[in-house]
Design a protein around this ligand. Sequence first.
Ligand SMILES: Nc1ncnc2c1ncn2[C@@H]1O[C@H](COP(=O)(O)OP(=O)(O)OP(=O)(O)O)[C@@H](O)[C@H]1O
Ligand SMILES: [Mg+2]
Length: 491
Amino acid sequence: MKRSLFWRTYGVLLAALLITIAIFTGVLAASRRQGLQDSYEAEVRMQAREVAEYMANLQSLSYVQRNTTMRYVLLSKIKEIYRKYNADIWIVSYDSGTVQYLDSSWKTIESIATDAVKEQLSIIQTGQEIRKEGLFPELGDQIVTIGVPWLYDEDYVVGAVLLHIPMKDLHIGIRSVLRQILPMAALSLALGTVLAFFLARSQIRPIKEITGAVREFSKGDLTRRVNVRGAGELEELGDSINRMAEELSRLEDSRRSFVANVSHELRSPLTCMRGYVQAMQDGTIGAEDMPRYLGIVMDETNRLTDLVCDLLDLSRLESGKFPLTLAPFDMNELLRRNLINFEPRIDEKHIEVAAELGDAPLYVMADANRINQVVSNIIDNAIKFMNGPANRLTLRAEAAGKDVRVTILNNGEDIAQKDLPYIFERFYKADKAHTAGQGTGLGLSICQRIMKQHGSLITCRSGGGETAFEFTLPAAEAPSAPGSAGTAPET
Ligand SMILES: Nc1ncnc2c1ncn2[C@@H]1O[C@H](COP(=O)(O)OP(=O)(O)OP(=O)(O)O)[C@@H](O)[C@H]1O
Ligand SMILES: [Mg+2]
């Protein structure tokens, strides 16, 4: 898999390189060939111009000189052109309106004066140069004729020099051009191949690093971190994987401590019960003490049942399998009912209760059973942890904009500031010395999850001998048919 990814990347890079070099070589060869062809044609045209210049110079010589020198100089030049360029030179004189052709061997040619030829000659007569293919069909249509004016006194056109060259001689073959370019292309390809190899390897390295880390994670080692730098999206992926590993190891820690806490909470009552039952069995506990110890065993059994129920609640809340049944209900009534339920314990501890609840109902939109669980947990805590001589519990419900705010206050020992951020965590018990044996530390974490499910928060402040828990719920209209959904749950 790793190998094939590398080779695939390398293959793609090589293919891209090959295509680029091929296109580049093709374009370069075509433009180079065109350039060479243009400059060769310009060179050929220059030969025709040189012959025209010779003609102009000879014009100034005497007749005899002209005849002898002309023959010698011109003929050798024309022969050289023929040899070098395979091009024939004709000299045309516009002599008193007639056109005279002299070929390279200085022989007068039968006047070839087709309309096309006449037209081109008249263009030259205006001082311009021409280039025409197949102008003289008798020479063959693969012949290019280049014509330049022969001037007298620099601006009077007395004739023309026509240069005939076969098209194939003007043509530069692509092969000769390629022969120049291909070594460079091959060198680029060789260099590119090496570079592509290193590039592919550097692209694969972060993936290898990530794969290695993930493999370690799957073996259970969550301490490994991915170290990918300067690889764009892969670096982002590496960072995400590191964050995931941190989250996983946090979850793993929390799972371990959860299992340890649960085992501990289960073991204590079980050990205690086994001790008492064994003592009753072997007669260490006499028949007269048995009811008392059976009562203790019963209490422990209740504690275990509560613990298991709490754990079940928590697991269902966390897995989201605890759907809310939202309906409007009167918060004041729910709080009053809770007070009634806790009355025996309130009386037992001589707690003074202040119910700051209005006479009018305060409807909220929430799941009454779940909110009842929250309220009873908080009141249970307040009663449990108030151990002063003058205990006071305050329940307050008030409208706050579109919400209803519920506050449950108690006096007594403060929760230490260092403990405050953690009291909503599972199994967290602040001030373990004072709270030992009083609970499992699950109550508030259940409350927080329930409020979270309602899209709300539960907060706690503690200081100056007062601890307050507060939460808000959206206010609701009174239910249309009282008693249908508007009653607080049975507790
Ligand atoms: N009203 C309060 N006054 C002082 N301390 C409190 C109060 N409410 C909560 N605490 C502290 O917060 C801790 C967590 O409370 P929580 O209700 O989650 O657990 P618990 O009451 O110990 O156990 P459980 O509710 O599961 O029986 C308590 O152990 C206690 O130390
Ligand atoms: Mg509690």
